[in-house]
Design a protein around this ligand. Structure first.
Ligand SMILES: *Cc1c(COP(=O)(O)O)cnc(C)c1O
Length: 385
């Protein structure tokens, strides 16, 4: 029997350890750094929590099952997952990366990975083919979809086909969609990344990261890197993410319907000059999105007519909080130019279209009328057109 997605958020199709849990319905937090051995050369299956911990393993199985992977490793944050991933590569290797990535990922590539001898070509994977950027040293393509914060849609199947032809890995950061709405491995990706801090955790209270691989061999390599380098997810945090994922389905559905209503409302606002949400039929990536995902997510970006108006919204919202991050129950508004993309080079900001008039909403689960009223009140002093 194959479980549906909502069931997979709550139950493992193949439970493990279930005979050792005394019937506990909530998975226990194994808050221990080490495990005693029954005898010389014997192990309970667990030796030391950097290598393996049952609470983390439970979580890894859940995320793996949701992404349809062949092995998932949980990390202390999204960035520690990405930096562990970079240990697959060696000096001289070349990676083709989408130009409009999460700012922290671009910063890791430029400040750390390049120093370690890995080279990058940043291209627009929404409109450019990978072939002109390929070199004999190219080992992977790295992308996010929708992109952050401009919500550009990339045809993942098309990029996956090119990657297969050239024998290189496709790595997809699926944080914005969550496994509830999209499964990149099904579209041909080899590795999926999540910042579990966002939708998987879902409550703006825990940092976590994940790598899911499409083969056991690749998963074993990544697990070895995580054990050796050590940025693993601790037991309590693992439990908090298990708890968060239980409601992933209902949260994603509600956040998405709120996001759609807000995007439509923004379209009619006189001081809003552009609304970016893939759920709008007018969004250039709308049809690709329908072909590769089960939803549109709950991130809405928009531009105001002046930078002063953008800043005024940030300071006048009351229910909506002016804070970095996304994917929680609370609606947050972000100013990409000073926050998530504060360290991205001006020429890249200009190329991808991030200006000082752009705001990004991570729409949460509040009453949607309250959210719209909050935005409306924040906009009122400018007059009605
Ligand atoms: C937040 C985020 C990350 C980084 O994750 P952390 O948990 O903050 O380390 C990576 N990619 C995307 C798309 C993100 O939104």
């Amino acid at each position: 029997m194959k479980y549906g997605l909502d069931t997979k958020c709550i139950h493992l199709e193949e439970p493990f350890l279930e005979n050792n849990l005394y019937g506990s319905v909530s998975f226990p937090i194994f808050q221990t750094s080490t495990f005693a051995h029954p005898g010389v050369g014997q192990s309970t299956g667990y030796d030391y929590s950097r290598a393996d911990n049952p609470t983390r393993e439970q979580l890894e199985h859940i995320v793996d099952q949701l992404e349809g992977g062949s092995g998932t490793i949980a990390f202390a944050s999204g960035m520690s997952a990405v930096s562990a991933l970079m240990e697959l590569f060696k000096p001289g290797d070349h990676i083709i990366a989408e130009i409009n990535l999460y700012g922290g990922t671009t910063r890791l590539f430029e400040q750390i990975s390049e120093k370690n001898g890995i080279r990058f070509s940043m291209i627009d994977l929404g409109s450019e083919d990978i072939e002109p950027a390929l070199t004999k040293d190219t080992k992977a393509v790295f992308l996010e979809c929708p992109t952050n914060p401009t919500l550009k849609i990339i045809d993942i199947r098309k990029i996956a086909e090119s990657c297969k032809q050239h024998g290189i890995l496709l790595i997809v950061d699926n944080t914005f969609m969550s496994p509830y709405f999209m499964n990149p491995l099904e579209l041909g990706a080899d590795i999926v990344i999540h910042s579990g801090t966002k939708y998987l955790g879902g409550h703006n209270d825990t940092l976590a990261g994940f790598l899911t691989a499409n083969t056991a061999e690749l998963a074993d390599k990544l697990r070895y890197i995580s054990k050796v380098t050590g940025a693993v997810l601790p037991p309590l945090e693992s439990w908090l993410i298990i708890r968060g994922i239980q409601t992933l389905g209902v949260r994603m559905e509600r956040a998405q319907s709120n996001a759609m209503a807000i995007a439509k409302w923004l379209l009619d606002q006189p001081h809003v000059t552009r609304v970016l949400y893939p759920g709008l039929e007018t969004h250039p990536g709308h049809d690709i999105m329908i072909g590769q995902s089960r939803g549109f997510g709950a991130i809405v970006s928009f531009e105001t007519d002046t930078a002063q108006n953008a800043r005024s919204i940030l300071e006048r919202v009351r229910i909506i909080r002016f804070a970095e991050s996304l994917g929680g129950t609370e609606t947050l508004v972000t100013y990409p130019i000073t926050q998530t993309h504060g360290e991205v080079k001006p020429e890249i900001l200009e190329r991808v279209g991030i200006s000082d008039r752009m705001l990004r909403l991570s729409v949460g689960l509040e009453n949607v009328d309250d959210l719209i009223n909050d935005l409306e009140n924040a906009m009122v002093p400018w007059g009605r057109g």
